[in-house]
Design a protein around this ligand. Structure first.
Ligand code: AHR
Length: 622
């Protein structure tokens, strides 16, 4: 493998080449990255007309002798009128004595709440009542017997005759990953509950993100985050698509919505503002995908798409407008007077080929956005590599889900595409089919594809894997990069393969060749970069061996000063495993994970061994 280290022969890699794509799929956000523990916190998920669907809330006590539950539209929140009405029939001091522990309701969260000893949880709820109340707010084990933390809310009837916000701070005295939140009482009367939230006090950067999941994202050093979908942006029907205006402002006033593509309710605690905050917290740039008048089953004609265009313009003003502007002031009111660094917007998702209005709608958006915000880069989802686009665009979106073998060969996908048109944004890629729930085979094929992207980064500007997250209790799509439940998490081999590309954005891709060029099972690239952490300069060679044989390879680097490679600090990292189909799991989260060792023979000329089916990087410290 011949590398020429001369920067003059190399090419700068775009500063945004590798990022992540977050979609609200597989409970990635609700019951995932968003740390809210209560599911269906406003009792809205059953819809405004259903008398009593409060799932996953459940009753504590006997539904005939001790209490009855129903929903009505008596909430104090205009946009989410449904509240829970709980009529308690028993009484500690009456003849119909309540069972020990009281009666009431519990919420198991998203397949159990992870409550940890010594940690604090903030519970906020709204209630009103026909009389005085004594309500216990408790975190308990799964059957309610073990109490991990509790606090009694006691109030007189005039205190709670109208809706009242209550806040309780609970500190857990034990750990249970399968806990629940209980609201119980032993006093007869009627209590209405609404907007019940329980959040851990410690979240990533204090912004509501589940820390250990956010840290896994931070470890990828993503340069951008595309959000909030995917199909989630479109919806099966327009009425169920993500509408950003319904997801901002105080959480209690957000109506929530049913994501009808992935078939679950979200309270929209993770809304447009929080997505923007996440990008900032991870040091990445937002790529905001908005609905451009298309769902999977209905669409808006170009002659009536104007309100959608205005909605998009308002979203840009919300993100980066002056704090005195209409929408910028709302951002400021949410605690972020400084604008977010929004530079990229995408008009819909996978609509081009399916919808005959796409071009017509697109042009309306494009004209209006470029007029108001000439610097904003616009992404079309019509492919631009096979034919010239019939509309202006800064980037075109490209999605690739294919078998591992095909993915490996797609490393050459962009070798011969035209360099004349807009650049490519590979916003979704993954090896599927024989990839299981995420195995080594898939990861190696994807690494090869990414090496191809690195080599073609003059025409490919951005790339992100999909989907990013899966809550193991609601697997709508496999494979995924990060798997979790309420308390556990691990990266699939695909997640770890992306680690090899963390330093690529803004680096220089060097001129390199594999000889002989008939070697079809190897794909390699070489980059050079200055590491901001230690201020040192590195050269990284990455090679995928997609074959069953060990390969003995000679690596020669031209254009370096003699003795310019330092032995100490140079190392080798390998991603491989005993079996090509090996996957990680909650039981074996690190079965397929990169291993690092020092590179004893680091130098301009090295004889190296590439294991069968492996991804290896050689980092040379200059
Ligand atoms: O990543 C899962 C889905 O695949 C996305 O929602 C969609 O864009 C694509 O079809």
């Amino acid at each position: 493998f011949l590398v020429n280290a001369s920067e003059a022969l190399g090419r700068p890699i775009p500063e945004t080449l590798f990022g992540i794509f977050f979609e609200e799929i597989n409970h990635a956000g609700a019951g995932g990255l968003w740390a809210e523990l209560v599911s269906n916190r406003g009792f809205e998920a059953g819809g405004p007309d259903t008398p009593s669907n409060i799932d996953p809330w459940s009753i504590i006590g006997d539904e005939y002798s001790s209490l009855t539950l129903s929903t009505d539209r008596s909430s104090c929140f205009e946009h989410n009128k449904v509240a829970l009405r709980m009529e308690v029939l028993c009484d500690a001091e009456g003849t119909d004595i309540c069972p020990a522990g009281g009666v009431g309701i519990y919420n198991p969260g998203f397949w159990g709440m992870n409550i940890e000893k010594g940690k604090k949880y903030k519970v906020v709820l709204y209630l009103r009542s026909s009389g005085a109340i004594n309500v216990s707010v408790s975190l308990t084990g799964p059957n309610g017997l073990e109490t991990l933390a509790t606090h009694d809310i006691i109030a007189s009837s005039c205190d709670v005759s109208n809706w009242k916000k209550m806040e309780v701070l609970l500190e857990a005295n034990a750990t249970n990953p399968n806990s629940r939140l209980q609201l119980t009482t032993t006093r007869k009367g009627v209590i209405w509950f609404d907007q019940v939230s329980a959040m851990p006090v410690d979240t990533y950067k204090g912004h509501g993100f589940r820390s250990e999941l956010a840290e896994m994202l931070a470890d990828l050093k993503p340069k951008f985050i595309r959000f909030p979908g995917g199909c989630f942006v479109e919806g099966e029907w327009l009425r169920n698509a993500f509408r950003w205006k319904a997801t901002i402002g105080p959480w209690e006033e957000r109506p929530g919505h049913f994501g009808d593509v992935w078939k679950y309710w979200t309270d929209d605690g993770l809304g447009y503002f929080e997505f923007l905050q996440l990008t900032e917290d991870l040091g990445s740039l937002p790529v905001w995908v908005f609905n451009s008048g298309f769902s999977h089953n209905d669409q808006v004609s170009s002659s009536s798409v104007r309100p959608f265009v205005q909605e998009a313009l308002d979203s840009i003003e919300f993100a980066r407008g002056d704090p005195n502007s209409t929408w910028g002031s709302m951002r400021a009111a949410m605690g972020h007077p400084e604008p977010f660094d929004l530079r990229y917007v995408a008009l819909g998702n996978e609509d081009c080929l399916k919808k005959n209005n796409y071009r017509g709608n697109y042009l309306k958006f494009h004209t209006a956005i470029k007029k108001a915000y000439p610097d904003i880069k616009i992404i079309t989802n019509c492919f631009g590599f096979s034919r010239k686009l019939d509309h202006p665009a800064d980037f075109y979106d490209y999605h690739l889900y294919t078998s591992a073998n095909n993915m490996f060969s797609m490393a050459h996908r962009f070798d011969h595409t035209s360099r004349g048109g807009p650049k490519a944004f590979v916003s979704e890629y993954a090896a599927t089919g024989n990839a299981g729930k995420g195995n080594l085979l898939a990861a190696l094929a994807e690494a090869a594809f990414l090496i191809g992207i690195e080599q073609n980064s003059d025409i490919v500007s951005m790339a992100s894997y999909a989907p990013l997250f899966v809550n193991d209790n609601d697997r709508k799509w496999s494979p995924d990069a990060i798997v979790f439940n309420s308390s556990q998490l691990y990266g699939t081999p695909s997640y770890w393969a992306q680690h090899f590309f963390r330093e690529s954005s803004s680096a220089t891709v060097l001129h390199s060749t594999i000889q002989p060029n008939t070697t079809t099972s190897l794909i390699a690239s070489a980059i050079m970069w200055n590491n901001s952490d230690d201020g040192k300069s590195y050269l990284r060679i990455k090679i995928v061996n997609f074959g069953n044989d060990t390969v003995n390879l000679k690596i020669s680097v031209d254009g370096l000063e003699p003795n310019s490679i330092q032995l100490s600090g140079s190392n080798k990292t390998e991603l491989t495993s005993g079996n090509l189909m090996d996957e990680n799991s909650f039981n074996e989260p690190k079965k397929v994970k990169p291993t690092q060792s020092s590179l004893e023979n680091a130098g301009k000329d090295m004889d190296v061994v590439l294991l069968p089916y492996s991804l290896t990087s050689f980092d040379l410290l200059k």
